[in-house]
Ligand binder design. Structure first.
Ligand code: SAM
Length: 181
């Protein structure tokens, strides 16, 4: 299992606890910048993950770097979790395409990201428009927009699982399936 944009590793540690044979967690630590801007808290990067890993005696492998860096390693995963990050990358189509490439044939990727109000396609935001002083939120995805993007990226099937509103913000959850061989 691969956890993309793991932050403190919540989903990676959960997957390990639930029996995933190998878990890799990747994060470029972009959050250091927006945690400083939003809350004035200075983080070094990775300290939350390391503290929890130690408490849990975890074997989750932490990779500090851009998610796209994993594409070149050749490792393949049957499940990829991509939560809270798609709206924070400059090239969401490139990220989806790259992650489709790290999935084993027939594998699934679970996506959770910022949505849009109603049935829109994809919206573009100004710096700080969604979260005050957070310049790293670029996009909101409607069901149609996310499905179209996933099709461009090579996914065979997209299921929109839910479109809840969390803390006043629309979110979208979907399952993207890679074609089998
Ligand atoms: C809002 S947090 C989501 C954390 C966690 N996945 C969750 O849903 O609770 C987004 C995370 O993605 C990371 N991130 C953003 N762009 C990234 C990239 N290109 N490659 C790897 N990680 C990235 C950020 O540093 C941050 O830790």
């Amino acid at each position: 299992m691969l956890d993309v944009g793991t932050f403190d590793g919540f989903y990676a540690f959960l997957a390990e606890r639930r029996g995933a044979a190998r878990v890799v967690a990747v994060d470029n630590e972009q959050y250091v910048a927006w945690v400083r801007a939003r809350w004035g808290v200075e983080l070094e990067g990775g300290e939350g993950f390391r503290a929890i890993a130690e408490l849990l005696d975890s074997r989750v492998a932490y990779v500090r770097g851009d998610a796209m860096g994993l594409v070149a390693t050749g490792e393949r995963f049957d499940v990829v979790v991509c939560f809270g990050i798609l709206h924070r990358v400059e090239n969401p189509l490139g990220l989806l395409r790259g992650l489709a490439g790290v999935l084993a044939p027939g594998g699934r990727m679970l996506v959770e990201t910022l949505g849009v109000a109603g049935d829109g396609r994809i919206e573009v935001y100004e710096p700080g428009e969604v979260y005050r002083r957070d310049d790293y939120v670029y996009w909101g995805f409607g069901a149609e927009g996310l499905s179209a993007l996933a099709a461009h990226a090579g996914f065979a099937r997209v299921t929109i699982d839910a479109t809840p509103t969390i803390d006043g913000h629309p979110r979208i959850l979907a399952t993207l399936e890679r074609p089998g061989d």
